[in-house]
Ligand binder design. Structure first.
Ligand code: NAD
Length: 251
């Protein structure tokens, strides 16, 4: 399905690489004006540069979205481009697994900041800059780890559990204000972050176990998000949308 997002202004966090970078390119290709935010400013500028070279409309921002002031300032800058923000995709996260006894306060704090606190700042930013007549969309990145116990993933899974809860609360709270809130829950996509958690051999093994018998792709994720942002999904709200080849269904 192809959409025309010429009039959409979408801010994507963690878009300097992986799923966020692919999504930025994908939405720009569909006509959206895309704000590429990443704590790695070099990557954010490189992604925005590629998009601009391909004729897309894009702006790069360097910043830690776990920090409220940074998130709100970045959103305010992006809102100046088109006079509003139509959607924010909360994609940024630190992908890190370890046994619970090795969880360190500093890294746990950073994971909670980018994975959970940023969601609150995104809702505040969208409320400050959306057009109440047009409505808006908030999309969060969940994971199958939110609903099943995978050993050695405590910090990451706790964040994703919170993402699911926050998505449902925001759907109830912001729906009456014409803001649709959904999450996508992708699985087993060998992004740079994913490759830091799983070896190529592990991805091979996973492909044998996943019901659809393959790993996910960045394109799978981007297409699902494009659907959720589109008018075709105008009554889809509070959904945790599995883009996981059946991982969650099968366990
Ligand atoms: N890859 C998968 O299979 C998979 C599965 C389920 C969910 N997800 C989720 O998808 C999202 C993207 O994952 P990915 O695989 O592309 O990971 P990735 O590590 O490749 O990319 C994450 C990006 O977020 C950025 N980032 C981290 N902390 C930040 C901060 N404080 N402020 C701004 N940017 C920050 C990083 O610099 C990086 O560019 C994450 O929320 C992840 O949990 C991924």
């Amino acid at each position: 399905m192809s959409y025309n997002f010429d009039d959409k202004h979408v801010l994507i966090t963690g878009a300097g690489r992986g799923l966020g970078a692919h999504l930025a390119r994908h939405l720009a290709m569909l006509g959206a004006t895309v704000g590429v935010v990443d704590i790695d400013g070099g990557n954010a500028r490189a992604v925005a540069g590629d998009i601009a070279n391909a004729g897309g409309k894009t702006f790069a921002y360097e910043g830690d979205v776990g920090d409220r002031e940074t998130f709100l300032r970045t959103a305010a800058e992006f809102a100046k481009v088109g006079g509003r923000i139509d959607a924010i995709v909360n994609n940024a996260m630190i992908l890190h697994y370890c046994p619970v006894e090795q969880v360190e306060p500093e890294r746990l704090g950073a994971m909670l900041d980018v994975g959970i606190k940023a969601l609150f700042w995104s809702a505040q930013a969208l409320l400050a800059h959306y057009d109440p007549e047009r409505g808006a969309s908030l999309i969060n990145l969940a994971s199958p780890v939110a609903s099943r116990g995978f050993p050695n993933t405590s910090a990451y899974s706790a964040v994703k559990g919170a993402v699911v809860a926050f998505t449902r609360v925001m759907a109830a709270e912001l729906g009456p204000r014409k803001i649709r809130v959904n999450a996508v829950s992708p699985a087993s996509i060998p992004t740079p972050g994913g490759m830091g958690l799983n070896s190529p051999e592990e991805y091979e093994k996973r492909a044998q176990r996943i019901p659809l018998r393959r790993n996910g792709t960045e394109e799978d994720n981007s297409k699902a998000i494009a659907f959720l942002l589109s008018d075709d999904a105008s009554f889809v709200h509070g959904e945790i949308f599995n883009v996981d080849g059946g991982v969650s269904a099968a366990g």
